[in-house]
Design a protein around this ligand. Structure first.
Ligand SMILES: CC(C)(COP(=O)(O)OP(=O)(O)OC[C@H]1O[C@@H](n2cnc3c(N)ncnc32)[C@H](O)[C@@H]1OP(=O)(O)O)[C@@H](O)C(=O)NCCC(=O)NCCS
Length: 206
């Protein structure tokens, strides 16, 4: 049998025509998804915001958003289609956001994540985010606390070394066809849905 080449992932700016696919992933990922009109408003009116999507061929498989305010990059949303998780799509997205944050001269990147959301926490830790505080009762559905995570200075030597090491690892995996090449098999257990803290436009944080 001839091995198929790895499917290339493309990261692009989110467009209004992406909103149905984004909403489908929201529904599959969060207990209180952001409605499409919230994303529409972000794309049309928020000049501080950047929203990215990941495509595998024509399929939208993940997306993320970020606000850059003065010298801080705040990640507002982040999700990968359940069938595409654990294929390093999240890593590719996070790397793209951090590259953009640096380009826009953000000093650090920050976000809130559910205390119980270990997959996301592990991903962020891998990319240099560290816990810096708690927002008590942050999530409206069950009042779970949010963990606030922040990177060290983005242009520090240590952060640059981490990013370049992870970028090189991803490139090697991609070259060997083991990153983002296939969706997970039908029947694999996706991560359970999780809450979105607040709709875009409500501000990053309570
Ligand atoms: C969190 C999420 C975006 C990760 O996306 P992903 O594409 O599956 O992640 P990747 O394959 O790029 O994984 C990269 C790293 O993340 C961590 N990770 C991802 N999924 C994990 C899991 N189920 N358990 C433990 N660690 C996990 C690991 O550190 C992993 O690196 P490793 O394989 O070297 O250990 C995805 O699970 C998701 O969409 N979850 C639902 C939405 C959500 O929680 N968003 C975050 C809101 S703050």
């Amino acid at each position: 049998m001839v091995a198929r080449p790895p499917l290339r992932l493309r990261i692009e700016a989110m467009r209004l025509t992406d909103l149905p696919a984004v909403y489908a992933i929201e529904l599959a990922s969060f207990t209180t998804p952001w409605p499409p009109h919230a994303y529409r408003s972000e794309l049309e009116t928020n000049r501080m915001a950047t929203y990215l999507v990941v495509r595998a061929a024509d399929e939208l498989v993940g997306y993320a958003g970020m606000w850059v305010m003065v010298d801080e990059a705040h990640i507002t949303t982040f999700a990968v289609h359940p069938a595409w998780r654990r294929r390093r799509v999240g890593e590719r997205l996070l790397l793209a956001l951090l590259d953009l944050a640096l380009e826009r001269r953000a000093r650090e990147a920050t976000l809130e994540v559910r205390l119980s959301n270990l997959p996301a926490r592990r991903l962020y830790e891998k990319y240099g985010f560290r816990p810096v505080g708690i927002r008590p009762n942050y999530y409206s559905d069950d009042r779970e606390d949010a963990l606030i995570m922040t990177t060290e200075t983005l242009d520090s030597a240590r952060m640059a070394e981490r990013i370049e090491r992870l970028r090189a690892e991803l490139a090697t995996l991609q070259a060997h066809g083991t990153a983002g090449s296939q969706p997970v098999r039908a029947g694999d257990e996706p991560d359970r849905p999780r809450d979105q803290p607040h709709p875009p436009g409500a501000g990053p944080g309570p």
